[in-house]
Design a protein. Structure first.
Length: 402
């Protein structure tokens, strides 16, 4: 055999081995998860107590709204058993994932769903019953599917499965952005680093679950009793929904001034992915100051076979304001670059942490949806308002921790 021929076979052999590796069931993990469905008392920003429906992380775990974050890898085998401890029927589903829908779960009963983790993206699990009243009353949470590899051709890590996206322009656009991070004048600093496995969020990745509370609907939920029927309210909840509290991760107003599940505190060059999910029934229009974000992916809400599936953008918009329809999920990348409102002459000083800027520089995030501004009267007392902190220049975290 001539050497050239050997190389040809070698390359072909490698390609087959690579393909086999990517699809190999041996690499797929198995996740056996449990969720409970309970009711729980939640104190809102003005002291009002409401009863919400909530998932628990195991059959008898602590209730939380949103439910626990699950992270799996593409191709993993996932089995979720849901235990209904309430007095009415529920149902579990994950829009966009084939096979991830349970039969009705009777009061006191349990059901199991099994599926193979689909293409990487941000998914929302929910109870879809009562169209979708039970979802907004608290039965929702996030499932993150991470890519098996996710690297660009140049080796930059991304949250997407670039090898499975059937849109070359989208792959090119996403690759260009993730390759530019940490290597260009506009984006000095570091690459994007994915969240460590098993953690709900990280320094460079946040999950914001948007929702609203209309206490008239919460009053239908009484511990120990089936949910009260009220035709005037529940015949079509989306027609009668009048939200009074606008929440991220179940907090509103001043309660959103703290909490590192929501608030990003990073130095320049620590790009951060925000997975934004609207579990509610109202539109939101989120506006972040200081940086524009790259809208990398959104969910298809068109009826049909693509419904609920993530779509990468071929033409990536830079947005300071982005809209969130009910049920929408978007992956937004905050580049944590030098804010364009910093005068040119002062940028070098900011980068080195010796500028005149008082640190941290705090930039607001507020929702432009008017009812979110004014619910409760005045300036966001019950609205969706938070901020992010720019802590300093490139490498500041390393210096700070010395
Ligand atoms: Cu604004």
């Amino acid at each position: 055999m001539e050497r050239r021929e050997f190389l040809k076979i070698g390359a072909a052999g490698l390609a087959v081995a690579g393909a086999g590796l990517a699809a190999s069931p041996a690499r797929a993990a198995t996740h056996t998860l449990e969720l409970g469905i309970v009711d729980t008392q939640v104190e809102l920003i003005d002291g009002t107590l409401v009863t919400m429906l909530a998932f628990t992380k195991s059959r008898i775990g602590q209730p939380s709204v949103p439910g626990p974050v699950f992270r799996v890898k593409e191709g993993d085998a996932v089995t979720i058993t849901i235990h209904n401890t309430r007095q009415e029927e529920h149902r579990f589903e994950i829009p966009g994932i084939d096979g991830a829908m349970s039969d009705a779960i009777p009061p006191g009963g349990s059901k199991t769903v099994s599926f193979t983790a689909p293409i990487a993206g941000t998914y929302m699990y929910q109870d879809g019953l009562m169209g979708p009243l039970y979802r907004v009353l608290g039965l929702h949470g996030v499932l993150v599917v991470e890519p098996l590899d996710g690297r660009t051709a140049a080796g930059s890590q991304t949250p997407f499965s670039l090898d499975r996206i059937g849109n070359p322009q989208a792959v090119q656009s996403v690759s260009a952005i993730f390759d530019a991070l940490g290597t260009t004048e506009r984006f000095p600093g570091s690459k994007w680093v994915p969240c460590a496995s098993g953690e709900p969020y990280s320094i460079q990745e946040r999950i914001w679950v948007l929702n609203q509370v209309d206490p008239r609907f919460n009053a239908l939920v009484v511990p120990g009793q089936p949910i009260r029927k009220d035709a005037a309210l529940t015949a079509d909840p989306s027609e009668t929904w009048t939200p009074r509290y606008f929440t991220i991760n179940n907090r509103s107003g001043f309660d959103l001034a703290e909490g590192d599940d929501v608030i990003i505190s990073n130095y320049i060059g620590e790009p951060t992915l925000i997975r934004v999910v609207n579990a509610g029934l109202a539109y939101h229009s989120n506006h972040i100051h200081g940086n524009h974000l790259m809208e990398m992916a959104e969910t298809s809400l068109r009826p049909g076979s693509g419904f609920g599936k993530p779509m990468l953008r071929a033409n990536i918009f830079e947005r300071d304001v982005w809209s969130m329809q009910p049920g929408q999920r978007k992956d937004m990348l905050l580049p944590v670059e030098i804010p364009p409102d910093i005068p040119l002459a002062q940028r070098a000083a900011l980068l080195s942490g010796t500028g005149q800027e008082k640190l941290p520089m705090r930039y607001v995030m507020h929702c432009h949806c008017e009812m979110s501004n004014t619910a409760g009267g005045g300036n966001y007392p019950q609205g969706m308002v938070t901020h992010w902190d720019l802590m300093g220049g490139v490498g500041g975290r390393r210096t700070a921790s010395l």
